[in-house]
Design a protein around this ligand. Sequence first.
Ligand SMILES: *[C@@H]1O[C@H](CO)[C@@H](O)[C@H](O)[C@H]1NC(C)=O
Ligand SMILES: *[C@@H]1O[C@H](CO)[C@@H](O)[C@H](O)[C@H]1NC(C)=O
Ligand SMILES: *[C@@H]1O[C@H](CO)[C@@H](O)[C@H](O)[C@H]1NC(C)=O
Ligand SMILES: *[C@@H]1O[C@H](CO)[C@@H](O)[C@H](O)[C@H]1NC(C)=O
Ligand SMILES: *[C@@H]1O[C@H](CO)[C@@H](O)[C@H](O)[C@H]1NC(C)=O
Ligand SMILES: *[C@@H]1O[C@H](CO)[C@@H](O)[C@H](O)[C@H]1NC(C)=O
Ligand SMILES: *[C@@H]1O[C@H](CO)[C@@H](O)[C@H](O)[C@H]1NC(C)=O
Length: 350
Amino acid sequence: KRSLSAIDVPLTDYFNRTDLQWIGNITVGTPPQTINVVFDTGSFDLEISSTKCGAACANQIQFDPSKSSTFIDRINETTLNFGTGIGIDPVQGSNWSLQVRNSSDTVAVGGVSVPDVEFYLIVNQTKEWAADPNSGIQGLGAKARGLFAGLEAQGLPSLFSFYLTPESVGDAELTLGGIDHSKFKGDLTYVSTVPTPYPEYPFWQLKNLGFSVNNKSTSAPSKERIFVFDSGTSNVVLPKEDAEAIYAQISPHIKPYTPISGTYALPCSLLPSLTSEIQFFFRAQNGRTLPLVVPTSELSLGPFPGDEGMCQTVINAMEENWILGASLLKHYYSVWDVGGERMGFAENGL
Ligand SMILES: *[C@@H]1O[C@H](CO)[C@@H](O)[C@H](O)[C@H]1NC(C)=O
Ligand SMILES: *[C@@H]1O[C@H](CO)[C@@H](O)[C@H](O)[C@H]1NC(C)=O
Ligand SMILES: *[C@@H]1O[C@H](CO)[C@@H](O)[C@H](O)[C@H]1NC(C)=O
Ligand SMILES: *[C@@H]1O[C@H](CO)[C@@H](O)[C@H](O)[C@H]1NC(C)=O
Ligand SMILES: *[C@@H]1O[C@H](CO)[C@@H](O)[C@H](O)[C@H]1NC(C)=O
Ligand SMILES: *[C@@H]1O[C@H](CO)[C@@H](O)[C@H](O)[C@H]1NC(C)=O
Ligand SMILES: *[C@@H]1O[C@H](CO)[C@@H](O)[C@H](O)[C@H]1NC(C)=O
């Protein structure tokens, strides 16, 4: 097995009032067609928009299978539902669904290609997707599948790293098969991932030891929580009791925003009074407690479209969900070590 050196993939930030997602290029087919995708640690497969989707995918770059000599139609069709948040990044339930068809073709990233990668061709989508600037989603769950498994088979080390930066900083990057030491200061601190009951489709999960606001613990009951780390989610998602225990410590003016279930808001005029950081604690492999912090600058996501006086706050409530997304990840350099079954974090120096 020859070794493959790390592949740096530049990413651009999709910014719409707040940093939402980070998008980079892959190519599909022979000759290669460039497709821009969100690299999503909260899903597992590759889905790409295609000419078969027509008007429903008018805003997306569409892969044309008839122009690829290596394309294979695998015929079976299915519907995939996505959910990544609510409110300003409104991805909820069955409204976000893709009609897809099993396919395979050569897929490449950073000039390294893998033949016969199985993926889903998007043949129709609900209108909620129309505004999205990306043409596809490349899942990067905690087990190598598809493109990533093919790169591993060619000798790429079994890990990847993210440098997800705010729009104002730019220069965001995904490194497949390595760690870009030029993107962070100090040492990486590693936390072991929690095994899941679904070994073929494992999420990136870490056991949480608790959380606090400005170093003061909250009224949330002390119990074991498993947090999912998801680069495809913009915000923070917690069950109502955890969300409200944190909000109670930040400001009495943060209230549920009734027009959109699960969201919270406060009058934008009160933003200057928000001066709280939220700390989430994890047990590092070195035995120490690792705090991961959502700073004050992330608490407001900006005004609700059509209700400019009310600003959405960073935590959304959803039962049985503990998800940390980009509002936390963009403050760290993160290493997603598939083979080592651990995640590493370092200050990204912002
Ligand atoms: C993706 O490719 C297009 C051209 O095909 C280019 O304009 C764009 O800058 C690339 N995006 C990134 C993030 O590299
Ligand atoms: C920004 O988001 C709004 C919905 O909140 C959407 O209607 C609009 O198309 C988005 N703009 C861009 C440039 O994506
Ligand atoms: C896939 O499609 C073929 C042809 O339509 C069909 O015979 C087969 O049962 C399908 N398999 C699954 C798992 O849906
Ligand atoms: C989602 O779709 C249902 C009908 O299928 C509709 O009643 C509801 O308003 C939609 N929600 C949003 C946010 O568009
Ligand atoms: C393709 O279809 C089969 C059978 O329906 C399914 O088991 C498989 O996971 C599908 N997806 C991909 C990406 O190949
Ligand atoms: C695409 O999906 C929409 C619902 O989102 C549906 O109304 C439409 O008929 C579908 N188009 C095709 C060609 O299946
Ligand atoms: C919380 O405690 C840490 C470690 O003692 C300290 O570095 C940090 O500044 C504190 N944060 C606040 C908001 O008090």
